[in-house]
Write a protein that binds this ligand. Structure first.
Ligand SMILES: Cc1ncc(C[n+]2csc(CCOP(=O)(O)OP(=O)(O)O)c2C)c(N)n1
Ligand SMILES: [Mg+2]
Length: 353
């Protein structure tokens, strides 16, 4: 697949030659997806499968009544966080919305601590008091987990402002959905980020739906890579189901932002296989549509097929990785089921008054 650079991101598609010197968004060439080495393919396979197996286990625990409240699974979108994370350095920051378990694992957070937070137990990242949408790890550079659609965009811009102010070379990856992209604060953030050349990469995870609303029913401009046009923010549309394309685009965007050139937008064309949350029967789309994405574009299958085709791994070796991850997630689930709930005295701790 090909990453299409958005040649008209600043509304000057008719003058690409002049514009080409100014920002990558104005390139009109098509870029081939760079190949991964064997080690990179194996690493991507493991990291994406880790997220998938975690999410499947979380779905099971939800079905057993062990997880309360909302639970938004990331299954299908794994290539986005895995590819983007590989473009980061120690000290960089990540922030996202409520579909956040994959982002946490990609940042290196412990599946046990994440699972125990989902079940509301002491060993959870927020001591069992936050749940799926309220988890953080400043050590791992993960800043939530936000339930208010779009709120993380201004917060991520603020994190980038802090890095800029401290001149520490940090970049903030700010993830949000196609639905969130229609929020007003997103554009206030874009304006400030470009004005002050903040080191932020805005990653729009276009999974085609915002709850039950398809993108074309809610958005006047469905090419989200162009959403920064009025602010001169470059943008690219990326095949978000191909981890190699994601990493290549991520590296370009992070380098741009880290180099003091300001914000960059990456629209990831992706898809969620499950409903919006666990309580969504997903009647707004056909089973065939989901099945088609799973069979033709699955991010993990793509890597698996390449590994097998190139004889870089055998079926048995890949199965062994899978078995190891399943064991890890079973252990996380056991911990998250057996760990005690927080003591009632914790009701009065960690509260801003
Ligand atoms: C300010 C605000 N408005 C509405 C909601 C309800 N809501 C929760 S998720 C969601 C859809 C967002 O979709 P999108 O940004 O595409 O993200 P996705 O769920 O597809 O990852 C809505 C409307 C909310 N949480 N916050
Ligand atoms: Mg969406």
């Amino acid at each position: 697949m090909v990453v299409a650079a958005n040649k008209s991101a600043v509304g000057r598609a008719s003058t690409p030659a002049k514009a080409a010197t100014k920002s990558p968004a104005r390139r009109s060439d098509k870029m081939a997806v760079p190949e991964f080495t064997k080690a990179e393919e194996l690493d991507a396979y493991r990291r994406m499968l880790e997220i998938r197996r975690f999410e499947e286990k979380a779905g099971q625990l939800y079905g057993m009544g062990l997880i309360g409240g909302f639970c938004h699974l990331y299954i299908g979108q794994e290539a986005v966080v895995v590819g983007m994370q590989s473009a980061l350095k120690e000290g960089d920051q990540v922030i996202t919305g409520y579909r956040d378990h994959g982002h946490m694992l990609a940042c290196g957070m412990d599946p046990k601590g994440v699972m125990a937070e989902l079940t509301g137990r002491r060993g959870g990242y927020s001591k069992g008091k936050g749940g799926s949408m309220h988890m953080f790890s400043t050590e791992k550079g993960f800043f939530g987990g936000h339930g208010i659609v779009g709120a993380q965009v201004s917060l991520g811009t603020g994190l980038a402002f802090a890095s800029h102010y401290r001149d520490n070379g940090g970049v903030c990856l700010t993830y949000f959905g196609d639905g969130a992209a229609n929020q007003g604060q997103v554009y206030e953030s874009f304006n400030m980020a470009e004005l002050w050349k903040l080191p932020v990469v805005y990653i729009i995870e276009n999974n085609k739906y915002a709850m039950g609303t398809a993108v074309n029913r809610a958005s006047a401009q469905t090419d989200f890579s162009k959403r920064g046009s009025s602010f001169n923010i470059p943008g690219e549309q990326v095949d978000g189901m191909d981890v190699r394309a994601v990493r290549a685009a991520g590296e370009r965007a992070v380098e741009f932002a880290r180099g003091g050139k300001g914000p960059y937008i990456l629209e990831m064309l992706t898809y969620r296989y499950r409903g919006h949350s666990m309580s969504d029967p997903a009647k707004y789309r056909s089973k065939e549509e989901v099945q088609k994405m799973r069979t033709e574009h699955d991010p993990i299958e793509q890597v698996r097929n390449r590994l097998l085709e190139k004889k870089w791994a055998t079926e048995e070796e890949l199965k062994a990785i899978d078995a190891e991850l399943r064991d890890q997630m079973n252990a996380a689930a056991d911990f998250a089921s057996a760990d005690p709930e927080p003591d009632p005295s914790e009701l009065y701790t960690d509260i801003l008054r």
